[in-house]
Structures are given as C-alpha cells and as structure tokens.
Design a protein around this ligand. Structure first.
Ligand code: FEO
Ligand code: CA
Ligand code: CA
Ligand code: CA
Length: 500
C-alpha cells in the first residue's frame, strides 16, 4: 500500500501542553482507571503486584476487548527501594552493600513480571484479585535456558537458572505467549549479590495462560541489555524478531528463525526461538551481519563457540563491525507497510540530547533480507515538542504512539525544562500531519510512562506509570503523591485510559 493511498489520519483529541503537574494529565474527554498498583493482591495465594511497572500487554480472554490478562514487567528499584525493602538506597554507600538476606529476597520478589486478570464492568476497569491466572514471575522464579548456550560452559554448564529481573519492555508472540526483556541486569546482580551474571540479559518467554508453566530464557536471541522485541513473519515464513540494546553506542539486532511459522502448530512454534541466525546491523553499509561462529573467521578468532558469541553479544557485534547507535530503545513493525521504526532515545556522549525515531526499510520488504536502507522519521527537540523517545506502539491505522523518557534527574531543568514531565505523543505516519507530534498525556512528577498497549478494539490504552517520585532529596520530602494525593507515598502501577 503506498502512503498516499492510505487515509490520512487527523488528530482526534485536543493536544495537551507540556506540564510539570503531579498527575497523569489527559486531553478533555479521556479518563484513566487505576488497574493495579505496587503491592496489590493478584491471586488467592496472596501474591502481590511488583514494583516499577514497565512493559504492559493485553491478552484477550475469548476474544474480548473488555476482559483479559495483562502481563506487566517490573524493572528496577533504584532509590525507591526504600519503599520496598526499607533499605536506605539514597544514603547508602553503593560500594558497601549492607542489604540483609530478607531485604534481598524482597528486592528480587518485587522485580520480574506479573500476570493479572482485568475486566471492564460498568465503564470501569478493575483487577480481579483472586484470579486463577494471577501469577508472579520474579527474581526468585525457576527458568529454563533454551538454544545454543543452554548447558554450555559460557553459562556455567547449566540449563536451569533462578530469577528474572531488570525486565524493561517486551512483546507478544504469534502464539499468545509474551516475551519479557532483561535490560540493565548488572546493578541488580550487584545489589542482590548474585555471582551468575551470564544467567541474565536474555529474552524470557512466559505463557500467561498456564500458571504452572516454567518460563524460558531463549539464548538464541543473544545476551545484552534487551529493550524489547518486535515479532513478524518474513515472506518465506521464517519468524523474525527485531531487538535493541539500550546503552550508549550499542547495537540493533534481528533474529531470523531456521524453521518456518505454522499457525496450526500453536504453542509448538516456540521452538522457532531456539534455532536461527542472530544478525546485527551495520547502518553505514545497510547490511545485517550474521553473528554466526561457523561462518565467520573473525568470530572464530575471538570466541570459543556459538554459545560464547551469544553470551557476549556486545563484543561479538563489535568484532563484526556493527554500527554503534544512540541507545536503541523500542522497535516496532508498522502494521500496514511493514517498515521498522526504532527509537534512539539519546546519547549524551555524542551530544544527541533529544533522540530520534528512525525508520528502516528492508530490501524488497523482506524481513529476512540481509540489506536495508533507513531514514530519520522524526527528531526530538524543542520544535517537535518531545525528547528522549522510548516505547513505541502503533494503532491499526498506522499512527505511532511514543512515550518519552527524559531521566528523572534531568527532567524539568536545563535544556529539558521546556518539555515538562515525560509524555505520550501521537505521530501520524502518513497524510499531511506525517511526522508531527501531538501530546496526548503527561506523567506525574519523576515518572515515565511505559508499555503503551491498545485492546484489539482500540477503545482502551493500557499504560504503566513507572517510578513516580524518583529523584527525591530525602524520603521525608516526597516529590510525587500519585495517585492517592495528600501526604501519601507515590506508587508505580498500571492504568487503563478510555475515551477513544
Ligand atoms: Fe528500561 Fe531502555 O529502558
Ligand atoms: Ca524503556
Ligand atoms: Ca512497544
Ligand atoms: Ca528508557
């Protein structure tokens, strides 16, 4: 479909202005329901919703857009750890870790992800607190390793690992499971005195509909600071997963499965994530370079095996000449034309303060292609009104919804003052307003909004409010009281926005 044959999209809401108000601000005619907050009970056993909600995705029950499961990632604690474990992370010496065993257990339990059952009744979304699906996958949960690195010396010879944490964004599979991405695992490994860093930094698969299933970490997708996954199918039937490594000067990857996707095979398609080729992008040459030990002499010189390459992806990507990028955050595939959108959030090392959204065109529109071109689709800055793009979501008309992540320490000061608190922006990808950002939402003080996800009928947008009140000077003087107001302590959680 060429761009001019598509219906141009008009902005249907009255855009809001940047603001530093301590609330989740929406355009007139829209409202939010609080679905789950840190500490809420999620099942009859008494498991509770984790901290710092991030990636959020809705999986319908019986095709409904008003009843389903939400998977929600829980990323990190940071200085807000005090509210979870009682450990004074603000004043502690980071080199002298004095957390007790009990504090470490609370820390690990609060991260990972939650499965919650949600329902809209009488116009209001709510959490079902005794759901049979309600489940925590946390830093204490047993996981299985799959793929080339499972059982290899590169991971200490194990096929079983304990815990997932630093879960940032993610994606859904074509067989109704979710993928959760382990991002900045290093600080958690250090804080919780884990000695096994090679067990983290993977893409984790969870089946939210089977509360007894063991989550899997798919080593074929490589180990780095994974931001998210965007899954699609190539014309030849291979499964393709786009991924970014969110750190200064890290890389963009894609995985192409060896076998082909078969809809009838249902959940057995998970095997496609165990055998395939991991590529890394060279934007100068417009080429995807295979991180394939058997076929690459430079990799054979630098590494011992394919498992070793996968465990040390960053070093392997450097060896094959991949292009360092300005912090690749979310990647998403355009639902109409199949182009791949990539958020580059910023890179202070290069003076890229506002970030960009770039658009990648695979050769012949083939997601398994080894060549591509790209363009800058939208650039952050005072003129465009947004800075530090992070998670992306498309609606079915192909409009891009972008959340921003100006760090809480820079927010509302210096060059970032003009942007106010973090926002959610609407950007058409065709028509007269193509590339122009309109602000739809503004986050509470200190927070970023993460994991935007529409229900299939696009009448509800689920969104996480992560780390409200972060960057405080003392626990006696909180900077956010969202959502309960008064003198309450701010709580991270998930909301459902309606009015579309
Ligand atoms: Fe957890 Fe890349 O943001
Ligand atoms: Ca992110
Ligand atoms: Ca996304
Ligand atoms: Ca971010």
């Amino acid at each position: 479909l060429s761009e001019d044959k598509r219906k141009p999209t008009k902005v249907k809401f009255k855009p809001i202005q940047a603001t530093d108000k301590d609330d989740l601000v929406l355009p007139q005619g829209y409202k939010y329901d609080i679905v789950a907050l840190y500490g809420d009970k999620i099942n009859a056993k008494g498991d509770t919703f984790g901290f710092n909600a991030d990636f959020t995705c809705f999986l319908p029950i019986n095709g409904s857009s008003e009843h389903g499961l939400l998977w929600v990632n829980h990323e990190y604690l940071g200085e807000l750890e005090y509210y979870v474990t009682g450990y004074d992370a603000l004043n502690a010496d980071p080199k002298n870790n004095k957390r007790t065993a009990e504090q470490i257990e609370k820390y690990l339990y609060s991260l990972g992800g939650s499965v919650i059952e949600v329902k809209k009744e009488n116009g209001q979304w709510r959490l079902i607190s005794d759901s049979k699906y309600g489940r925590r996958v946390s830093g204490l949960t047993k996981h299985t390793l799959t793929g080339p690195a499972a059982g290899s010396p590169a991971v200490g010879g194990t096929r079983e690992v304990i815990g997932t944490f630093a879960n940032c964004s993610g994606g859904v599979t074509l067989w109704n499971t979710i993928l959760s991405c382990e991002e900045n695992f290093d600080s958690v490994v250090e804080d919780t005195k884990r000695k096994d860093a090679t067990h983290y930094g993977w893409v984790v698969e969870v089946d939210p509909f089977d509360p007894n299933s063991t989550p899997k970490k798919h080593t074929a997708l490589g180990r780095f600071s994974h931001e998210n996954t965007a899954m699609t199918i190539a014309p030849g039937g291979q499964l393709v997963v786009y991924m970014g490594d969110d750190a200064n000067d890290q890389y963009v990857y894609k995985y192409v499965s060896k076998g082909t996707y078969k809809q009838d095979a249902g959940k057995a398609n998970t095997k496609l994530l165990e055998e395939g080729t991991l590529y890394v992008a060279n934007f100068g040459k417009g080429k995807w370079i295979a991180l394939d030990y058997e076929k690459n002499e430079a990799l054979q010189k630098a590494f011992k095996s394919q498992a070793d390459v996968l465990v040390n992806c960053r070093e392997a990507a450097k060896v094959v000449g991949a292009t360092p990028m300005d912090r690749p955050e979310d990647l998403e595939v355009h639902p109409i034309d199949g182009t791949v959108f990539i958020s580059l959030t910023n890179n202070s090392k290069h003076g890229n303060f506002y970030g960009q959204v770039i658009r990648l065109f695979e050769e012949d529109n083939n997601h398994a292609a080894e060549e591509f071109t790209f363009e800058i689709f939208a650039a952050g800055g005072p003129q465009s009104g947004f800075a530090a793009p992070d998670n992306l979501a498309f609606d079915s008309a192909g409009n891009l919804w972008v959340v921003t992540d100006i760090s809480s320490s820079s927010m509302n000061s210096g060059i970032y003052k003009t942007f106010g608190n973090n926002g959610l922006f609407f950007i058409p990808t065709s028509g007269p307003d193509k590339g122009i950002a309109s602000q739809f939402a503004s986050a509470p003080v200190g927070a970023e909004m993460t994991g935007p996800w529409f229900t299939p009928d696009e009448k509800t947008l689920f969104l996480s409010v992560q780390h409200p009140g972060e960057n405080l000077e003392s626990y006696a003087a909180p900077t956010s009281h969202w959502p309960r107001g008064g003198a309450s302590i701010a709580l991270p959680g998930v909301v459902a926005i309606t009015g579309f």
